[in-house]
Design a protein around this ligand. Structure first.
Ligand code: PLP
Length: 386
């Protein structure tokens, strides 16, 4: 089976992890801060906090912004459930903004309309989690322009988009958002097995991210508050818990893998771009809709997601799987999940996301996919469609 996505781990990755195993620190050593620095260097972000998954990253992002019960968070229905769940973890309410039929990201028209309605109703979101679907960035400049006057925070769910760019800046530079969340799950741009990171240019947010990812505990005297045990304040063992935090730390083993992976990120992305261009060419004239890259964006090509036009998706999916092509489907709209239906959402709420889901098919794309494997994917697809 040719899978839809796959990590690439080489000897240098293996060697760097083995090296950490011989060191005295398996966690809380030097690898994590180094990985965080390199992620800042790569993206241009001012601060980075590495965490043990993208989902943890989304959770601490919401916590750092002070999202809690009574607050409202909007996101895209065309995403993995974690993009919405992070707000629910904090006790906030979730709503969705329908997608654009071409970019499959949040629609700017739908967003503008929903903001007007919310403003009139007096119930604006505290934050919006925008999702860069398949690896192409949302138009952050436009989204910031619409939301800034309302004081709405922006969290970029960039789990798909590390390595992509927006108007010449790397995704994660954060010029038009408050926080950017990355995932290093094996199918993403680079992997640490499980892992993630949150990027920001705001030093105070970075401090809060770190606190929530590490039990709410700090050893930094500058952050200590007055307490009854004054005598201990100067003691070496002393620490304070300031918030109800979690253990979302990344280990040094994972960070070591992340460091060698990061050094190959640009190669991985150019290979993905090469494969995407090739698909685009090979699929010309085939009865499907190819993905489009909007002006000003460089795609990270996490997913190569096509839409069927006049064929039944389930039939095509099963035929291709039976012929060992590991096609997949991204995404079942979040609001149609039983959990979100139980909160009151229903079919018909976000028609563009629903109709995209009906016809969406993800073709294999990953750095190790060979041109001849890609040729077989296209060959089988064309046969199945004919
Ligand atoms: C993968 C993914 C996540 C979650 O990342 P994990 O590291 O698996 O927790 C969140 N959002 C999107 C869009 C993703 O694709």
């Amino acid at each position: 089976m040719i899978p839809y996505g796959k990590h690439q781990v080489d000897n240098d990755d293996i060697a760097s992890v083995v090296e950490v195993l011989k060191n005295s620190f398996l966690t809380q050593g030097l690898m994590v801060p180094e990985f965080e620095r390199r992620l800042c260097d790569y993206t241009g972000a001012g601060h980075c906090v590495a965490v043990n998954s993208g989902t943890s990253g989304l959770h601490v992002a919401c916590l750092a912004l002070g999202i809690g019960p009574g607050d409202l968070v909007w996101t895209s229905p065309n995403s993995f459930v974690a993009s919405a769940n992070c707000a629910r973890f904090c006790g906030a309410d979730v709503d969705f903004v329908d997608i654009d039929v071409d970019t499959r990201n949040i629609s700017l028209e739908a967003l503008s309309h929903k903001l007007d309605m919310a403003c009139q109703a007096g119930r604006l979101p505290k934050a919006i989690v925008v999702v860069h679907f398949a690896g192409v960035s949302c138009d952050m400049t436009a989204i910031r322009a619409m939301t800034q006057s309302h004081g709405i925070y922006l969290i970029e769910d960039a789990a798909h988009a590390l390595g992509g760019t927006l108007y010449g800046q790397k995704v994660g530079a954060g010029a038009h958002s408050d926080l950017t969340v990355l995932s290093f799950h094996p199918v993403k741009s680079i992997t640490t097995a499980e892992g993630g990171a949150v990027l920001t240019n705001d030093g105070e947010l970075s401090r809060r991210l770190k606190l929530f990812a590490q039990h709410g505990v700090t050893r930094d005297r500058g952050q200590f508050v007055e307490n009854s045990d004054e005598a201990d304040l100067e003691a070496e063992w002393y620490y304070q818990q300031l918030e109800l935090g979690y253990n979302y730390r990344l280990s040094d083993l994972h960070a070591a893998l992340g460091l060698t992976q990061l050094s190959k990120l640009d190669d991985f992305i150019s290979r993905r771009q090469q494969l995407a261009e090739r698909y685009h060419r090979l699929l010309e004239g085939v009865d499907i809709k190819r993905p489009v890259t909007p002006q000003g964006m460089e795609h990270a090509w996490h997913l190569y997601s096509i839409e069927l036009i006049s064929h039944d998706r389930l039939t095509v999916f099963r035929e291709m799987r039976s012929r060992h092509i590991g096609v997949n489907v991204h995404y079942i709209p979040i609001h149609l999940q039983p959990y979100y239906r139980s909160l009151g959402f229903a079919a018909g709420d976000f028609p563009n996301a629903e109709s995209f889901y009906q016809n969406a098919l993800t073709l294999p794309i990953y750095p190790g996919l060979t041109f001849s494997q890609q040729d077989s994917v296209v060959e089988v697809l064309v046969e199945v469609l004919s």
